[in-house]
Design a protein around this ligand. Structure first.
Ligand SMILES: *[C@@H]1O[C@H](CO)[C@@H](O)[C@H](O)[C@H]1NC(C)=O
Ligand SMILES: *[C@@H]1O[C@H](CO)[C@@H](O)[C@H](O)[C@H]1NC(C)=O
Ligand SMILES: *[C@@H]1O[C@H](CO)[C@@H](O)[C@H](O)[C@H]1NC(C)=O
Ligand SMILES: *[C@@H]1O[C@H](CO)[C@@H](O)[C@H](O)[C@H]1NC(C)=O
Ligand SMILES: *[C@@H]1O[C@H](CO)[C@@H](O)[C@H](O)[C@H]1NC(C)=O
Ligand SMILES: *[C@@H]1O[C@H](CO)[C@@H](O)[C@H](O)[C@H]1NC(C)=O
Ligand SMILES: *[C@@H]1O[C@H](CO)[C@@H](O)[C@H](O)[C@H]1NC(C)=O
Ligand SMILES: *[C@@H]1O[C@H](CO)[C@@H](O)[C@H](O)[C@H]1NC(C)=O
Ligand SMILES: *[C@@H]1O[C@H](CO)[C@@H](O)[C@H](O)[C@H]1NC(C)=O
Ligand SMILES: *[C@@H]1O[C@H](CO)[C@@H](O)[C@H](O)[C@H]1NC(C)=O
Ligand SMILES: *[C@@H]1O[C@H](CO)[C@@H](O)[C@H](O)[C@H]1NC(C)=O
Length: 670
């Protein structure tokens, strides 16, 4: 069989029909307005009437929810995780109303909320009614995430409520009617993947908060047997919005979480200012030694140190620069960045590897010594540093970073690679093969040998259970955070089908579709048994169901399935090399300050066609996938500016030196 590759040159006509319409809006979970009403009734207890009168936008003059007796309650379901202040119009003249919140249906209760503290449950929000009218939660009683809201009569007189709504508070810096203003999109023939991509985008919106509403860590008034008070009144950074780890908790800046969340944000909402405000809050806390904090204020006051999160803060600067192209930002942070790198490389000993003594990480255990995850992240950060130093015109620094990175690479394999297992061990005193270190060894580029990369991908896949990929370095945990890096490793190994299988199994069948989940945002961690128990926590009610670090598939689908990879600032240079797996059509894209990037492809088995769009003034390479084991004869009718066209052992035709613009490529079996 013969294959022909046709490039239908620049489609200049298309650029004139670009409209402001946001594609595939029906998948966007963000609300159209900040006023949100419940969509259904989850449960009623005691003496309740007309609970359904509070569903949907309220018409004045209708009947009212009535809770006749003490402890009567109605639980409303918003159909997805939301955030904000509860509002009530009360028509009874007196009484006491309790409100409880829960992300998961597991913790729905008329007595207490789910939890934000290490133990106990969060107290209900109480409204003492002294006159009919409008009541709203105090400003520091915004609830950061909940899908279920229970209204309970906490007094002896009957309660009547005319209207109930939530004022949505996430993405505080975006106009009330523009919460759905996405710059990125993803659509494929797999509806579950589409939902996953948009749930990741929405999760990152929910964890973007008013920086004056940070930190739900302080348990208040916890007498034995009491529920725990909670308050969101800590200012965690300057500015009007900040990217945090989780919507319910911690509502703090964590650099590790950002390493997954930020690429997802850049490719969906482009909300980079919230990323910048978060990074600033870490850099103002840099110590004189160059070390960056484990987390932002006020958690930094606990004095915990982390080698890996230190590096993640440095990666954060590189990511923000990559997606924004903001050279002034890079320049402003550059001196601090180099000091940070000096601190990190000072941990390298005579082996050529860092000996980790700042042991805090993503709540895994045993992060010490010559750890493979830590050293892979260091290798990766040094590689980013080579590019940043080059952009800063500091070629000597770039060469130093490259040399140190190369020593790490040469030292890691002989010391830590286990050929018979096909995985790295955690450090030289163990045989435990961690998920984090093996995923990072591939993601970082530390290993370049294709057969080792394939071996890692296969060995990680062999460990999957029904609920996903285990992280033995954190006992009984499935980590959607580290599994986000594992996904990237499978894609980089070109084991596309493995990556898609893991996305569907973990993020689709379980994290969206399990009835204990929110069907809209992604959970921070759970047990390999599928129990909603996360090994590092003793309090299951505390688990966050909206964690930015769990949104890995969103950026991976755009980057590997759409194939769009930005190589330098805001996409000045790029590669588009789609991976197909079992999909038949995909349409994805996003914008940076340079303009729009998109990749749209379809395949029928005998024809593959790809349309791409990249901004004027950029340059890139396209890698067209071809079926394996075919006689690849090439017919090419391409743009004059394309330098090279060749098929190679990776089963792609590469067309490099393309100028930004719109192109269509078609491969046909002859
Ligand atoms: C509830 O109160 C608000 C504020 O007073 C008012 O705008 C709204 O119309 C009321 N809702 C109903 C159903 O009466
Ligand atoms: C409501 O009234 C109870 C009983 O008088 C009191 O203990 C509580 O502090 C009041 N709560 C609020 C929020 O006013
Ligand atoms: C939507 O976002 C674009 C940038 O991505 C911005 O130019 C536009 O003003 C935004 N629209 C609204 C209504 O906020
Ligand atoms: C936050 O609320 C707690 C409990 O009410 C209070 O002790 C603390 O002073 C408040 N902090 C700020 C900054 O308002
Ligand atoms: C916030 O601004 C103040 C005043 O400029 C500055 O001192 C402080 O370091 C800033 N904090 C952060 C987290 O950027
Ligand atoms: C080496 O790895 C094992 C397994 O993760 C761990 O138990 C041990 O504590 C690690 N050593 C150090 C020094 O952290
Ligand atoms: C790492 O450094 C610590 C502190 O200096 C030391 O006790 C430990 O033996 C070192 N670990 C290795 C594997 O060299
Ligand atoms: C790549 O790894 C395989 C398996 O460990 C090994 O046999 C081979 O020699 C390595 N190739 C190179 C170039 O190092
Ligand atoms: C995966 O494919 C890319 C080209 O698309 C190639 O550069 C790379 O070497 C391949 N990786 C492995 C592990 O086969
Ligand atoms: C989950 O949400 C999707 C929309 O994203 C909806 O179509 C589906 O019905 C929901 N599933 C359940 C079980 O509610
Ligand atoms: C591939 O096609 C070329 C051109 O027709 C032909 O000469 C060659 O024998 C074919 N090779 C194989 C392996 O089929």
């Amino acid at each position: 069989m013969y294959w022909a590759l046709l490039c239908l040159t620049s489609l200049t006509l298309l650029s004139s029909v670009v409209t402001a319409v946001i594609p595939y809006q029906q998948y966007i979970l963000a609300p159209a307005s900040r006023t949100i009403h419940p969509v259904s009734i989850f449960r009623q207890t005691g003496s309740v009437s007309s609970a359904n009168s509070l569903l949907g936008a309220r018409k004045t003059g209708g009947s009212a929810l009535t809770l006749e007796t003490f402890d009567s309650s109605a639980t409303y379901d918003f159909g997805k995780n939301i955030a904000g202040w509860v509002n009530l119009n009360v028509s009874s003249p007196t009484g006491s109303i309790g409100i409880t919140f829960s992300e998961s249906s597991m913790w729905v209760s008329s007595a207490a909320c789910d939890a934000t503290a290490d133990s106990g449950l969060d107290a209900s929000l109480v409204f003492n009614i002294s006159t009919p009218g409008h009541y709203e939660a105090p400003w520091d009683k915004e609830r950061g995430a909940f899908r279920y809201l229970t209204v309970v009569n906490e007094g002896t007189s009957p309660i009547a409520i005319d209207d109930l709504w939530v004022h949505f508070t996430a993405m505080p810096h975006w106009a009330d009617n523009s919460l759905r203003n996405y710059s990125g999109w993803f659509h494929s023939n797999d509806e579950q993947l589409n939902r996953i991509w948009y749930a990741g985008a929405y999760t990152n919106q929910l964890v973007t908060i008013d920086p004056r509403r940070g930190d739900a860590l302080i348990p208040l008034g916890s007498a034995p047997g009491d529920t725990v008070g909670w308050v969101l009144n800590t200012t965690i950074t300057n500015g009007t919005s900040a990217l945090t780890d989780g919507a319910k908790r911690d509502r703090l800046v964590w650099s590790g979480d950002m390493s997954i969340a930020v690429p997802g944000i850049a490719l969906t909402t482009s909300d980079l200012i919230s990323v910048r405000n978060a990074l600033d809050s870490l850099f103002v806390l840099q110590s004189p030694t160059g070390m960056l904090p484990y987390a932002g204020y006020p958690f930094n006051e606990r004095g915990l140190v982390s080698f890996t999160y230190h590096l993640y803060a440095l990666i954060g600067v590189a990511n923000l620069y990559l997606y924004s192209g903001d050279k002034a930002f890079l320049h402003e942070k550059w001196t601090a960045w180099k000091r940070g790198m000096e601190w990190a490389t000072a941990q390298i000993d005579s082996t050529g590897l860092a000996n980790v003594t700042a042991p805090n990480d993503w709540l895994r255990f045993g992060m010490g010594g010559h750890n493979i995850e830590a050293n892979s992240i260091l290798y990766y950060t040094l590689s980013l540093g080579v590019a940043l130093a080059t952009d800063e015109g500091e070629y000597t620094t770039a060469a130093q970073y490259a040399q140190i990175a190369s020593r790490i690479q040469q030292a890691a394999v002989p010391l830590l690679w286990q050929p018979s297992v096909g995985l790295f061990r955690d450090n030289e005193t163990t045989t435990l093969a961690p998920q984090d270190g093996n995923a990072w060894a591939v993601k970082s580029g530390l290993i370049t040998n294709a057969s080792q990369i394939t071996a890692i991908s296969q060995a990680l896949e062999a460990r999957w259970g029904r609920y996903g990929a285990p992280a033995p370095e954190a006992a009984d945990a499935v980590s959607p955070f580290i599994s986000g890096f594992e996904l990237e490793a499978h894609f980089m190994a070109n084991r596309t089908q493995a990556a898609l299988t893991l996305i569907r199994r973990m993020w689709g069948d379980f994290m969206l579709d399990d009835p204990r989940m929110t069907n809209s945002t992604f959970i921070e961690g759970y047990s390999v048994t599928g129990a909603l128990h996360y090994a590092p926590y003793s309090n299951d009610a505390r688990i966050s169901h909206a964690h930015g670090w769990a949104t890995g598939p969103t950026s991976s689908l755009t980057t590997f399935i759409g194939g769009i990879q930005l190589l330098s600032d805001a996409g000045a240079t790029w590669t588009i090399a789609p991976q197909l797996g079992d999909l038949t059509h995909v349409d994805t894209g996003f914008s940076t300050s340079k303009g729009k990037f998109s990749s749209k492809w379809t395949t029928s088995g005998t024809t593959f066609s790809l349309s791409i769009s990249t901004p004027k003034g950029t340059k890139g390479t396209v890698g067209i996938p071809l079926p394996a084991n075919q006689n690849k004869t090439l017919l090419f009718d391409g743009p004059a500016q394309a330098d090279i066209v060749h098929g190679d052992s990776t089963g792609r035709y590469w067309i490099s030196g393309l100028s930004g613009g719109e192109y269509e490529f078609v491969v046909i079996a002859l």
